[in-house]
Design a protein around this ligand. Structure first.
Ligand code: SAH
Length: 494
């Protein structure tokens, strides 16, 4: 399987600069081992006028099959692969996309120390992929590449005569041409769109794929008219991941949009949510469980610690019993998006007086957090390195000391039930740990004991008889005897 990337140039701006941009010298044929075989980079032509780099991947079919049988990244067999294993050595696909990102990783990031100015400017580019499995046919190929500034020439390959109907034909010969894109942009488009067209990823899709997609899609995916199809296919149609990615892309757009657009997007999202017949996402179940527990607790002044992009704050604002809602996060970016989501700058005075967003780290005591009825730590503790956890524990239970504290965290035992999650993997790239029910209970019991709280546990999401629920929640309530805690005295003294 292979593809070529060509550019043209002049004496002053030679086409052979492509070699610098790709970090691969035009005079040498080079080979790199990848997990699925050998990738070769060579230059069929290289002079000032024209330069072509070819990436050729020699797939090791045995390694591929062996990986598919459980020694691969996820340790899980990929049923989608088995069907197509025969075309893998020949067809451009996710294997080629991965080789592309391995071999041209600096180029994909737009890094070029030898010719930095050329890395950031558009080049005349021509990309040719002789055998691209294209599920969806030439129309889809055009719909994917044209909005990005490519001129697309797409022709069926010979197989087509056996399958006259376009819908059934998988292979096309693709030529992409552009004068407006940088090489890095071109590589990122290919990295995402080749496997999207193939629609059968060779490796197990883990949740960190969402991060990867958003990173590589930066600058073009949020505005792409086929964003939904791209996202869902790229994530191998794992619905929960797609949903996550769509939510986050939405937020990128919200952050970049001006206010009238924000409203439009919000309306569109709501309309879509209403028509969707999908099970309630876990994030929503968690939010509902938290709101219910807060309502039960009788709290009116509430802290959302590690509030992220403000979804819970938004939900709490809808209930007038919550008179003061404070979102705290260490990430300024998250808070900016939260503020946008809540439309803080356009809120009436009364509503605005109920809500506040603060930047701060939970690893330090913070006097601004004292004197509240309740605090929520929703999916936050697992983002701290374990050695930092005692600091958070003290800041919340020792210093801020709200009467009620709700803590949710993933139950790692449940991970075997996520179809998209390979054994031994955590659910999110940034999770520093994930606990079993027993580990969480032990931690919570120690915290309660040390700081004078009673604690009980609730499942969130389907409570599996064997492995428990996907999310575990601890509800801490300050022990009666501790009601008059040292902080109250402090508060009076102050
Ligand atoms: N509570 C939200 C977000 C969870 S993601 C929800 O349930 O959806 C975890 C959040 O914790 C992130 O927004 C991250 O920025 C924040 N966070 C991580 N470490 C933190 C710290 N030390 N102090 C404050 N916030 C932190």
């Amino acid at each position: 399987m292979f593809l070529t990337i060509s550019t043209t140039g002049t004496h002053e701006r030679p086409a052979t600069d492509l070699g610098y941009l790709l970090h691969k010298h035009p005079d040498k044929a080079q080979a790199f081992s990848t997990s699925y075989g050998k990738a070769h980079v060579l230059y069929p032509e290289a002079d000032a006028q024209r330069c072509t780099a070819a990436l050729l991947l020699e797939v090791d079919a045995v390694a591929l099959v062996r990986r598919g049988k459980g020694k691969g990244r996820g340790g899980a067999p990929d049923a989608a692969l088995a069907q197509y294993v025969n075309d893998r050595p020949y067809a451009a696909s996710s294997l080629l996309a991965v080789a592309l990102s391995n071999v041209f990783s600096s180029a994909m990031r737009g890094v070029c120390t030898a010719r930095p100015e050329r890395a950031t400017e558009p080049l005349p580019l021509r990309v040719e992929v002789p055998a691209l499995p294209a599920r969806g046919g030439p129309d889809l190929v055009r719909n994917l590449f044209e909005p990005l500034g490519w001129t697309v020439t797409v022709e069926p390959v010979a197989l087509d005569t056996e399958f006259p109907e376009w819908g059934d034909s998988r292979y096309v010969h693709l030529v992409l041409e552009s004068e407006t894109l940088t090489l890095a942009e071109a590589l990122r488009h290919l990295y995402v769109l080749l496997p999207v067209l193939d629609d059968a990823k060779h490796y197990w899709v883990a949740p960190d794929e969402v991060d990867k997609l958003l990173r590589v899609g930066e600058g073009w995916l949020p505005e792409h008219p086929e964003q939904k199809l791209i996202t869902s296919r790229y994530l191998s149609r794992r619905w929960s991941l797609t949903r996550q990615a769509m939510e986050r892309l939405e937020l990128v757009r919200l952050a970049e949009a001006d206010d009238s657009e924000v409203e439009e997007i919000d309306n569109a999202v709501e309309a879509e949510a209403e028509t969707e017949e999908k099970p309630t996402p876990l994030a929503v179940q968690r939010r509902d469980a938290i709101v219910a527990a807060l309502q039960e607790s009788g709290a009116t002044r509430v802290l959302d610690l590690g509030c992220g992009q403000g979804q819970l704050v938004q939900a709490l604002l809808k209930d007038v019993r919550f008179t003061e809602i404070v979102g705290v996060d260490v990430s300024m970016r998250a808070l900016t998006i939260a503020s946008r989501r809540l439309k803080l700058d356009r809120m009436g005075e009364r509503q605005a007086s109920r809500v506040k967003l603060l930047q701060g780290s939970l690893a330090y005591t913070d006097t601004r957090l004292k004197g509240y009825d309740a605090a929520v730590l929703s999916e936050v503790i697992e983002h701290l390195d374990l050695p930092r956890l005692p600091a958070l524990e003290y800041a919340v239970f020792g210093s801020a000391r709200p009467r009620t504290v709700l803590v949710t965290t993933p139950n790692v035992e449940y991970n075997v039930r996520w179809e998209s999650l390979p054994a031994g993997h955590v659910r999110h790239g940034d999770h520093r740990f994930e606990w079993t029910r027993e580990e969480f209970r032990a931690w919570a019991a120690t915290v309660a004991e040390r700081h004078g709280y009673e604690v009980e546990f609730r499942p969130v999401g389907p409570d599996d008889p064997e492995v428990g629920p996907p999310t575990q929640m601890a509800v801490f309530v300050m022990s009666a005897a501790d009601g008059k805690n040292p902080n109250e005295k402090e508060a009076k003294a102050a």
